[in-house]
Design a protein around this ligand. Structure first.
Ligand SMILES: [Zn+2]
Length: 458
């Protein structure tokens, strides 16, 4: 007689990054405790019939800005609403950021965990954002790595936070020494300044001009620089939101030279191209780096297939619609960013499997597995296996959707996919053994998500 499970998922096709098979999945407490041939005599408190569904590892969103502070206010979501939206989209882990600000880095990190823990319905981790001030308080790096904040983000542009080359080198060296993972918003500040200056002088500041104000060259230049630093320091490096061919080619070249460099891209770069800047409500799509050409988009898909792209983040940032819409005629004034935590997996699935005919295993690789491996969550997450967290998405590949089904995190914000349609949605979602979505309805609990303290590299 098999032991009784808390949950037994019967008859679904289990999809991992490296293969798929029809198996029953037994869950006890927070973990997967058995993978069984279908039709076993095992018993459980609760059985879920997954016939016709795919059972996939819960999605990992590597890039969110929940309840994000800007200009003295915060975005229109909170930890509960954002992680509820994540769960409805099939995402059971998010890695958000610790914003820069006053006080020490350790205090900022702890405060952010406290804020998230009170509301989050799924598990969460953080990439602390480092600024030049942190380059003068390097002791704190070792402290926060020891507390589980093992990946970091530095901006090489934006006046209020950008690191110069010296800061970047100093901070990377400290992060590497403690087994952490340095990461960058990589755009060369001076190249951006020149491009924008050209636009200002010729009066080209419409939304259609936006992509050209942040040329791909700026990304490529900075990626090349930080790759060289990473190689010299013998550390891996992570590049947030790679937007197109220039950046991707710089990543590929660095990999060929032996750098362990990992590129993240975002849902919107894989689903949209720059024609959105000529369409209705173009203001929505002001995000940096910009959404680029159809050729760039195609190349990003090559990056996904070849493994250069290790993760797809949403870059979720739920700006108020009124605020975002107010400056349609001057792209400089529009806050760059858009929500998308809920739409990430349905849009990615539809683009990968529906539109491009790619294998569901590849979807699992880019929606969860490679992120888990790169960011220190594997094998706990990113794979359905005995001993792993029971983060399971029961996916209905035949369920059609329109933009209305990709519920926005708040009525005060907007969607980048409201005119999109596709096929494939999560029907049930289990996060660390708890059912958080049942028949497309949210059933999770406020504050049940856990902080994921990640281990440094040895
Ligand atoms: Zn971001």
């Amino acid at each position: 007689m098999m032991p009784g499970f808390d949950v037994l998922i019967r008859g679904g096709e289990v999809v991992n990054g490296d293969g798929r098979a029809v198996l029953d999945v037994g869950v006890t407490g927070e973990r997967v405790t058995a993978l069984l041939a279908p039709g076993s005599a095992a018993t459980a408190e609760r059985e879920i019939d997954a016939t016709g569904l795919l059972v996939m590892p819960g999605g990992i969103d590597t890039h969110t800005h929940v309840a994000w502070p800007f200009d003295g206010t915060v975005t229109v979501d909170d930890w509960y609403s954002a992680t509820r939206a994540a769960a409805l989209g099939g995402t059971t882990t998010i890695i958000d950021f610790v914003p820069p600000g006053g006080g020490g880095l350790t205090d900022r990190c702890r405060a952010r965990v406290e804020e998230a823990a009170a509301g989050a319905t799924v598990d969460f981790g953080f990439h602390p954002i480092l600024t030049p001030a942190d380059a003068r308080a390097l002791d704190e790096i070792g402290q926060v790595v020891a507390e589980g904040f093992t990946s970091f983000k530095m901006y090489t542009t934006y006046e209020d936070r950008r690191v110069d080359d010296g800061n970047a080198w100093t901070l990377m060296r400290a992060i590497a020494a403690h087994g952490g993972l340095p990461g960058f918003h990589a755009e060369n500040h001076e190249i951006l300044a020149c491009a924008l200056d050209d636009q200002v002088r010729s009066g080209r500041l419409s939304l259609a001009d936006y992509p050209h104000s942040r040329p791909g060259l700026a990304e490529a230049e900075t990626i090349q620089m930080v790759s060289m630093y990473a190689r010299r320091l013998n550390t891996p490096v992570y590049i947030f939101h790679v937007s197109g061919s220039d950046a991707l080619d710089a990543v590929r070249a660095a990999r060929r030279a032996g750098t362990a460099i990992h590129a993240e891209t975002c849902t919107h770069y894989l689903a949209h191209d720059e024609s959105v800047f000529h369409g209705q409500d173009a203001w929505r799509f002001v995000i940096s780096p910009p959404i680029r050409t159809a050729g760039d988009q195609l190349d990003l898909w090559s990056g996904v297939c070849e493994g250069t792209v290790v993760s797809v983040g949403s870059d979720h940032c739920a700006y108020d619609t009124a605020l975002k819409q107010a400056w349609e005629h001057d792209h400089r004034r529009i806050p760059a960013g858009a929500p998308g935590i809920e739409a990430r997996t349905p849009v990615l699935w539809n683009q990968a499997v529906g539109v491009r005919g790619l294998d569901p295993c590849l979807f699992v690789q880019v929606s969860a597995e490679r992120a888990a491996r790169t960011l220190g969550l594997y094998p706990r997450k990113g794979r359905i296996a005995v001993g792993a967290d029971a983060d399971l998405v029961l996916w209905d590949p035949a369920h059609p959707w329109t933009g209305d089904d990709l519920r926005p995190v708040s009525p005060a914000t907007f969607s980048l996919y409201d005119r999109a349609h596709g096929t494939g949605l999560p029907r049930h979602v289990i996060a660390a053994g708890r059912t958080v979505v049942e028949d497309r309805r949210f059933t999770g609990e406020k504050g049940a998500g856990r902080f994921l303290a990640r281990e440094p590299r040895p």
